[in-house]
Write a protein that binds this ligand. Structure first.
Ligand code: NIG
Ligand code: FE
Length: 412
């Protein structure tokens, strides 16, 4: 089937094939084609260009009048925990009353609270709850999502989460990458036997999960109060033996050494990075590891923002993702992430849009197929209502400007 989109206000993020990511000064460049057209064939972008070059296609081609709306490549959300059970608004209220994220975690709240809820929720119900979030993020313009396990913390419950992620992969139109995060927290029954839990992750969980091809990547919450750099190293080495590349949580709570550990182990991305200084920046430069910021988490928890400007000015690339999870960022709204990038991290709109498309596609291993309007890439797009400029997208931070969503060439 072929579909021609015409009468657009602008095609945004149009690139030749071969751009893996953009870094430093290049992040401020966002290629666009005013009033462009775009042709989709069999779910793939087959061509695009300026209005004067629009070919005259015959009647067998379906046409879509964009009505002056802007066409964007779908957001790539490279870091989420959207498979979870229930919600944790009670802790949200505790935070308003003054308790910190770490205090809540120490009192058995936080990740352990979600692990208990997940344990008590049947797999079918967990799938149904997660699919509601999937449908929501599709309507908000996301076309590819990475989803982590990590609320199981037993072999059986981690497998349950990963099976739900696999089912989302097959039953939703999203492109999905799956990450094993057994080392998200030490479960209550191992509090006085940390090594015992890490042994379980290394000797039992990783082999079973890799054997069933249930994960694309491996993650560890490498931070103060969670997993040390030595523990992280051991888990990542075990993952590497099974071909699982790291994408890790690092430096959210302190200068924990997580960034350097991730780079050392060839991580595809290191994520959070609120605590990033000169040494961390030096280790990331030229590494191939994508620094990924999750501004929704620092915003929601009222915590420190990462030094995004310093990082870009030092020549680094940046990606941004939602961190959609019940504790630190209960939202998968990537358009709001773009606004937070501009408002809180002082990114230019061009930098923020690059961070949630081309760079976040790289951060989930999808830069060949997603993240830009490029001939040969997947036709995952959204069309806005008529808006005056692409800067309007982060500026109108509370408005839903998305009019139509197209995934795999199909109108959703
Ligand atoms: O990315 N930092 C670790 N994990 C999640 C939060 C998990 C939770 O509180 O449930 C995060 O912020
Ligand atoms: Fe996270």
């Amino acid at each position: 089937m072929s579909l021609l989109i015409y009468n657009t206000g602008m095609l945004v993020q149009t690139r030749e094939a071969g751009t893996a990511f953009v870094a430093g000064k290049d992040m401020a460049e966002l290629p666009v084609i005013p009033n462009g057209w775009l042709l989709i064939e069999d779910g793939i972008i087959a061509g695009y260009g300026p209005p004067e070059n629009m070919p005259s296609y015959g009647s067998h081609i379906q046409r879509m009048d964009a009505g002056g709306g802007f066409v964007f490549p779908s957001f790539c959300d490279s870091h989420t925990h959207l498979v979870y059970a229930g919600s944790r608004e009670q802790e949200y209220t505790d935070k308003i009353r003054g308790l910190s994220y770490e205090e809540i975690a120490r009192r058995g709240g936080g990740i352990l609270n979600s692990a208990k809820l997940l344990h008590d929720t049947p797999e079918e119900e967990l799938f149904n709850q997660s699919m509601e979030r999937v449908r929501e993020i599709i309507s908000y313009g996301t076309g590819a999502v990475e989803i982590k396990s990590g609320y199981g913390l037993t072999t059986e419950d981690e497998l349950k989460m990963l099976r739900v992620i696999r089912r989302i992969k097959t039953e939703s139109p999203l492109t999905v990458k799956s990450t094993f995060l057994g080392a998200h927290a030490i479960p209550a029954e191992y509090q006085s036997n940390r090594k015992g839990y890490i042994d379980l992750v290394v000797n039992e969980m990783i082999p079973v999960i890799a054997g069933e091809h249930l994960a694309d990547y491996i993650d560890v919450f490498c931070d103060r109060g969670f997993f040390s750099i030595e523990e992280t190293g051991r888990i990542l080495e075990a993952g590497a033996r099974y071909g699982l590349r790291p994408k890790i949580h690092a430096n959210e709570l302190d200068f924990s050494g997580g960034i350097q550990t991730g780079v050392k182990h060839g991580a595809l991305s290191v994520d959070h990075l609120e605590f990033t200084g000169d040494e961390e920046i030096a280790s990331l430069l030229g590494s191939g590891t994508m620094p990924t910021l999750l501004p929704g988490a620092a915003f929601f928890l009222g915590m420190t923002d990462p030094p995004a400007r310093t990082m870009i000015d030092a020549g680094l690339p940046l990606a941004m993702a939602s961190d959609y999870n019940p504790g630190s960022s209960p939202s998968g709204n990537m358009k709001f992430v773009v606004s937070l990038g501009c408002i809180r991290l002082r990114l230019l709109p061009e930098e923020a849009i690059n961070a949630v498309t081309v760079n976040s596609a790289y951060a989930m291993g999808l830069s060949g197929t997603h993240g830009s309007i490029t001939t040969g890439k997947k036709a995952n797009l959204f069309i806005t209502r008529k808006i005056p400029s692409y800067e309007y997208v982060p500026y109108a931070y509370g408005s839903n400007i998305i009019d139509r969503v197209i995934l795999n060439g199909d109108i959703c």
